[in-house]
Design a protein around this ligand. Structure first.
Ligand SMILES: Cc1ncc(COP(=O)(O)O)c(C=O)c1O
Length: 395
């Protein structure tokens, strides 16, 4: 089967909607257009039933006991804002300290920065070189004013999966609310808010083959009952936590995506893991001074993040971007790999995914080698010059 270009390998930025998801959504744009809060007629009831079904489907994929614990938002960013600002406002009397990590996604970091400007204190704990939170460091960061620990479950660049259950146990022991940004994890790896001791969880549909513009915040109702102040006031929808007419078609799509992910996650993870490992082996065995970032045994199955010494990440991507969609992290070259199961559902064969990986691997190797041939830094390093000893500028 012929390869189709460009090949999408940037599924930690977004994913296409699964055709089965789109199919489920369509009737809710047209004939089933009711407002889920219209209590007096069948159009409203029909929409409400659809929303409730989606709430259940999402509750199941995150292990929530009660679908009522799922609050719909516009996406991961809003869920994080609602969780962190909502707790900060609601528990202000109890304390003003939040603990998070240095590797959170921008939404979490920027919310914390804003709260700092409003009198809150935030500790950004460093992570270990493999991207994991050190529990002792976390324990030491907690004070008697700490009201929230907010940590991402899986990182969006290096894919490292935190030991969130251990963090959950520590939070419980200290009586502190735990928020997990599980945006990259839900639908990709098993997530269970009960087993993991998570009190608030943010997720988004567009990273699990659902539509863009819809997400959810899980808010624990029991053991403990977590309360959050709303960010959007209005008609009191979503039990007063998030007002605004619910986007029923998007919610239906999100629910269907969650249902599909729950059913197919295990097989899909195994398939993607094998493809990722093949790409990783190809590159690491052919390019010297290429380094794997993150933690090989605790990362998302579709994630691959490699740094190439002596060449700029952006140049590598520029050399590849006509035929491949990859992305680079801030300080190093990062590439995420995920031949989508949607493409497979469209009838593409397993061979196609393999050919894509072979192609991307071969081209990456070629581009890095070409850039290395032009790199004065690489030449110096090969001659045995210690690059750290070089003074680059007259002082
Ligand atoms: C870890 C993480 N958190 C939050 C978000 C934001 O989610 P959304 O794009 O739905 O606002 C993303 C988006 O990629 C993410 O990767």
């Amino acid at each position: 089967m012929a390869l189709k270009f460009p090949i999408f390998m940037d599924s930690q930025s977004t994913t296409p909607a699964d055709p089965r998801v789109v199919e489920a959504m369509i009737p809710y744009f047209t004939e089933k257009f009711g407002h889920p809060a219209s209590r007096n007629h069948s159009f409203g009831w029909e929409a409400e039933t659809a929303v409730d079904r989606a709430r259940e489907q999402i509750a199941k994929v995150i292990g929530a006991r009660d679908p009522k614990e799922v609050i719909f938002t516009s996406g991961g960013t809003e869920s994080i804002n609602l969780a962190v600002k909502g707790v900060a406002e609601m528990y202000r009397e109890k304390g003003n300290h939040i603990v998070t990590t240095a590797i959170e996604q921008r939404a979490s970091l920027d919310v914390c920065k804003r709260l700092e400007r409003h009198g809150y204190e935030v500790t950004y704990i460093p992570v270990r070189p493999d991207g994991l939170v050190d529990l002792e460091t976390l324990r030491q960061a907690i004070t008697d004013k700490t009201i929230l620990i907010s940590i991402m479950l899986a990182n969006n660049e290096i894919g490292t999966i935190q030991d969130i259950a251990a963090i959950g146990r520590l939070a419980k022991e200290k009586g502190i609310i735990l928020h997990a940004d599980a945006t990259q994890a839900v639908g990709k790896i098993p997530v269970d808010v009960e087993a993991m001791g998570i009190d608030l969880l943010s997720c988004t549909a567009h990273l699990m083959y659902g539509p863009k513009g819809v997400g959810a915040l899980y808010v624990r109702r029991k053991g403990p009952r977590v309360r959050i102040a709303p960010m959007i006031d209005g008609g009191g929808h979503e039990r007063g936590m998030r007002s605004g007419t619910l986007p029923v078609p998007l919610i239906v799509g999100f629910g269907r995506a969650a249902e599909i992910a729950k059913a197919e996650m295990a097989a899909e993870g195994e398939r993607l893991g094998k493809l990722r490992d093949r790409l990783q082996d190809m590159i690491l065995s052919s390019v010297e001074e290429a380094f794997l970032n993150g933690r090989p045994d605790r990362r998302l199955p579709h994630n691959l993040n490699i740094s190439f010494a002596y060449v700029e990440g952006e140049s590598v991507l520029m050399g590849l971007n006509k035929e491949t969609a990859l992305s680079s992290g801030s300080a190093c070259t990062s590439s995420t790999l995920e031949p989508s199961y949607v493409i497979a559902a469209l009838g593409a064969s397993a061979e196609l995914a393999h050919s894509e990986v072979e192609h991307v691997g071969a081209r990456t190797i070629e581009v890095v080698k070409r850039l290395r041939d032009m790199s004065p830094l690489y030449e110096l390093a090969k001659e045995g010059v210690d690059l750290k000893s070089i003074r680059w500028k007259a002082e």
